[in-house]
Design a protein around this ligand. Structure first.
Ligand code: T3D
Length: 262
């Protein structure tokens, strides 16, 4: 692990592990943590040695959204749009636009922006004891970090509204049953399972994965015909990749492929 900072970074086996690290504040975001996470995702995007990202938290929580001590409205009116514009929206865009898999390991409570960041990742595993809370309702805010986009798409309007209006905690198992996350796993197995998944994806055909992610996300707004056209274009590109050559060669030679992510 790197020096003890708000986000710990470790690169191994092609996986850049980013650990939110303000455990005494349940990994609430302050400006330093926002900047450190941004820098982690910038590295993920520019460093070709990074072929998958794993996001998790230290201590008993994944992330509880914004540090409420840093935006105390009793000190005067706050422009929360500024924090959203400067930090959360760029973070969510970088998770969705990164053409590499982002695996999230939700190790404990995920509240406010913390929950919606987890829902924006490509594959999210959660410890069975973890819970997801749309905490915004409790303090007079609206769901952000893409929550109003992802919730209704993933679970439908009725459930999205109920979670957002009541701020009732949702268990990891129900989140998995409803399709908000990939899987709930036993607490003690979470990090091993998420790390194994991340390592497996990091050894995969990164270019193809990136285009797969782009195509599935585009389906949220594309028509059927637009989606078919996009698939044609992406398949054209995938068909010219070195990993496609290797994949087919390995199949025909009855051996395991060795993908280079190119
Ligand atoms: O700029 C902007 O603000 C706009 C962006 C907004 C994005 C957002 O995410 S808004 C939503 C912010 N998050 C919340 O409202 C969640 C607040 N936290 C809670 O409701 C509870 O802490 C939890 C239900 C998540 C967990 O409860 P519990 O009982 O397990 O823990 P706790 O005792 O409440 O918290 C433990 C410590 O963490 C405690 O500190 P202490 O008393 O031990 O010194 C608590 O104050 C601190 N903590 C928890 N959440 C936050 C926090 N400190 C700062 N900010 C927090 N969000």
């Amino acid at each position: 692990m790197a020096e003890s900072v708000c986000v710990l970074e470790k690169l191994a086996e092609g996986v850049l592990c980013l650990t939110l690290n303000r455990p005494d504040k349940l990994n609430a975001f302050n400006e330093e943590m926002h900047r450190a996470l941004r820098s982690g995702f910038e590295r993920a995007s520019t460093d070709s040695a990074v072929r998958a990202v794993m996001l998790t938290g230290s201590g008993r929580s994944f992330c509880v959204g914004q540090d409420l001590g840093d935006c105390d409205p009793r000190q005067g009116p706050q422009d929360l749009g500024h924090t959203i514009e400067t930090f959360y929206n760029p973070l969510l865009r970088s998770i969705r636009r990164l053409e590499k898999p982002v695996i999230c390991a939700v190790n404990g409570v995920a509240a406010g922006a913390g929950a919606n960041i987890a829902f924006a990742c490509d594959m999210t595993l959660a410890a069975r004891s973890a819970r997801f809370i749309q905490a915004f309702a409790k303090i007079g805010l609206v769901p952000d970090s893409g929550g109003t986009f992802s919730l209704p798409r993933l679970i439908g309007e009725a459930r999205a509204k109920a979670l957002a209006l009541t701020a009732e905690p949702l268990s990891a198992e129900t989140a998995a049953d409803w399709g908000l996350i990939w899987r709930a796993v036993d607490d003690e197995k979470l990090i091993d399972e998420a790390s194994a998944l991340a390592a497996r994806l990091a050894a995969g055909p990164t270019k193809g994965f990136g285009m797969t992610k782009r195509a599935i996300q585009a389906a949220a707004t594309n028509s059927f015909d637009e989606q078919l056209d996009l698939e044609r274009e992406l398949q054209r590109q995938a068909g010219r990749s070195a990993d496609f050559t290797e994949g087919v060669a390995a199949f025909l030679e009855k051996r395991k492929p060795v993908f280079k992510g190119q």
